[in-house]
Design a protein around this ligand. Structure first.
Ligand SMILES: [Zn+2]
Length: 108
């Protein structure tokens, strides 16, 4: 499956361009394809799925913290700091698997 790709012309957004032009926008944001100017939006089902995957670190924080404390015997503040940084990287990484759809003109 094609991620970060325009469904119309097949233009693939590089991660940097994706983060700068598309990612800061909201989930129902519409923008023009860099290449063919087609109006694009996020694939909703894909977005919801990615949202759940992004929340995995939030759901597992308790278990991971307990594990890290017992295994590495590192202080809590250090564990939580590393975990927060990794979670942010995780969220950005998961976003790279976004899919786009062509926006159809709404009928009135
Ligand atoms: Zn395009």
């Amino acid at each position: 499956m094609a991620y970060r790709t325009c469904p119309k012309c097949g233009y693939k957004y590089k991660p940097k361009e994706f983060y700068v032009k598309v990612y800061p926008k909201s989930i129902n944001h519409e923008w023009q394809c860099t290449n063919c100017k087609t109006k694009l939006s996020f694939n909703l089902i894909n977005s919801i799925l990615l949202l759940f995957i992004k929340f995995i670190p939030v759901l597992t924080v308790n278990k991971v913290m307990t594990f890290a404390e017992k295994t590495f015997e590192t202080p809590f503040w250090l564990n939580i700091s590393i975990y927060v940084i990794l979670s942010i990287l995780w969220i950005f990484g998961v976003s790279l698997f976004s899919k786009f759809v062509v926006v159809k003109n709404k009928k009135h």
